[in-house]
Design a protein around this ligand. Structure first.
Ligand code: NAP
Length: 500
């Protein structure tokens, strides 16, 4: 029997604010999405605010809502500065206000003799919580929580420094009853999102402010990742990179899955060591993944097969996990550049200059050369420019020559002007002697480079178009279906415009 109910009830909204008003506002939002709510009484700044909040709470108590009171002391990682007696006082008040559950941290629990808490008038059901904000502790294979009848459930919240750490914690949850597994930190985020399907009784998400490292909001957990609906049958995809927090790929792909009503999810994996992630592919049941900086080249040696063009480019941004577990790689940045530019011009026989000679410049150079363009490369390292130009049958152009030559299109394939350094342009206005300027950067949607090009009357193409096109291609490779492009585009553009 599930401790907290089924489905969305296993997603516990965390209500945490310094004032009673703020807590009550969050509580109303929380109850609009789930029926299980943790109330962080320790976040309230004074006893008067706690009293006011618990008075207000009474109006929201009902048979269908489960409230879990927490008044965690500083020693246990919370904000409450009072002693244990005061902590128990507030948990007792919470019980009187209608809380059926309380969270008591190990730092408090171990101060009491056996059976003491059961006799004390705190909320009748006790969740004992163990936190380690620095590392994953040593874990037994299985934990028998109710062995001595002292508590009803056990929560282990620990920082996952590697993906392997988070897998270990989920495995314990899968083998134990009444266990809440919370892998903390950005590395632990995919496991946090998969915790419910792996057997954790609860998964936590703040209504507003994060109360633990690596948390995502309640809205994202329910709407973007639909973590309460994930099962062992759900197809898991993701993106690997470092950094990864800024990526809009989860929004793009999950919108596609939701629009087509597919049982699939796409997760952000912060990957420092490729090997750490690759070992977890079968544990998480990953069916395919996107690859971004800094792993696009390094992934090549882990592939069983690779699309010849991706091998020639020397970079893979899309991996399919085949039924025998082996990896097949391809490159959709290639398609992305072409589709984005083709919307504005015919490519055959046109002169196109690419500024930069890194991974995306290589994909663009091969794509454009194959489509019949005359490709020129300009990069701060002239040798790199020459090498790439040679590989695609184009020519290298020194920077000083830029203002003197004209092109049909100029593409920026450097990160200059990317968020958070929006104010700078990789090229000056007099260097833009061309009919079209395309920036591969997609955040911000309109970069400084595009801004000065437009002021000069030059047509512009934002990197968003490439980002979307490479993403649509990935989605179609993995699912074998047509991507719902309009919905995916709408979601990404709304997020970009909202964030800028
Ligand atoms: P990369 O492999 O690191 O290559 C970056 C290139 O920019 C290199 O040639 C590098 O030169 C050059 N560069 C960096 N800083 C420079 C500076 N201050 N002055 C002159 N040149 C500089 O990166 P990438 O994967 O090609 O990505 C480049 C940009 O494209 C990023 O902003 C990325 O977000 C964007 N991108 C967008 C999409 C999309 O879908 N829209 C897809 C892929 C990439 P050195 O080799 O000398 O360092």
């Amino acid at each position: 029997m599930a401790l907290f109910g089924k489905g969305v009830r296993r997603v516990c909204a965390v209500v945490a604010a310094s004032t009673a008003r703020g807590m009550l506002r969050q509580l109303r939002v929380a109850l609009g999405s789930t029926r299980t709510v943790e109330l962080r009484l320790d976040w309230l700044k004074t006893d008067a605010e706690r009293r006011r909040f618990l008075n207000g709470l009474r109006r929201h108590v009902s048979r269908t809502a489960t409230f879990l009171a927490t008044c965690r002391r500083k020693e246990g990682g919370g904000k409450f500065t009072g002693d244990i007696a005061r902590q128990l006082h507030w948990l007792n008040q919470a019980r009187q206000a209608g809380c059926r559950w309380c969270d008591i941290e190990m730092e408090t629990f171990r101060e009491f003799p056996d059976g003491f808490l059961r006799a004390y008038p705190v909320p009748p059901r006790i969740l004992l919580s163990i936190h380690d904000f620095a590392r994953m502790p040593k874990l037994p294979k299985r934990i028998v929580v109710s062995q001595h009848g002292q508590v009803d459930a056990l929560k282990i919240a620990a920082r996952a420094r590697t993906i392997a750490d988070s897998v270990r914690l989920l495995k314990v949850a899968g083998r134990s009853r009444n266990l809440v597994a919370v892998p903390m930190g950005e590395v632990g985020l995919p496991a946090r999102l998969l915790a419910l399907r792996e057997g954790s009784e609860l998964s936590y998400a703040p209504v507003e402010q994060a109360t633990a490292p690596g948390q995502i909001s309640l809205k994202e957990m329910l709407q973007l990742y639909r973590s309460h609906l994930l099962t062992r049958l759900t197809r898991v995809y993701g993106v690997i990179g470092d950094p990864i927090g800024h990526s809009l790929s989860p929004l793009l792909h999950n919108t596609g899955f939701a629009t087509r009503g597919m049982d699939a999810v796409y997760l952000p994996f912060l990957v420092q060591q490729l090997g750490d992630f690759l070992k977890a592919v079968s544990d998480f049941g990953v069916k395919g993944f996107s690859v971004t900086i800094p792993h696009k080249q390094a992934i090549l040696k882990h592939l069983k097969e690779c699309e010849p063009l991706a091998a020639e480019i020397g970079a893979v941004n899309t991996v399919v996990v085949q039924s025998d577990g082996s990896l097949y790689g391809c490159n959709t940045d290639y398609v992305g550049v072409l589709r984005a530019l083709q919307r504005k011009m015919r490519i055959e026989d046109r002169r196109v200059l690419i500024f930069g000679a890194g991974g995306s410049a290589r994909a663009a150079a091969f794509a454009l050369a194959r489509a019949g363009a005359q490709v020129s490369i300009c990069a701060r390292r002239e040798n790199a420019a020459k090498q790439l130009a040679r590989a695609v049958g184009g020519e290298a152009v020194p920077r000083r020559a830029l203002g003197t030559q004209s092109f049909d299109a100029i593409l920026n394939a450097t990160p200059i002007g990317m968020h958070p350094h929006e104010g700078i342009s990789p090229l000056s206005v007099h260097e833009l002697q061309c009919g079209i300027v395309m920036d591969l950067i997609y955040r911000p949607e309109t970069t400084k480079l595009l801004e000065i090009a437009a002021q000069k009357g030059i047509a512009t193409v934002s990197g968003v178009n490439m980002f979307l096109a490479q993403g649509f291609a990935q989605w179609e490779i993995w699912t074998g279906k047509r991507a719902p492009e309009a919905a995916m585009r709408r979601a990404v553009l709304a997020a970009l415009r909202w964030r800028s």
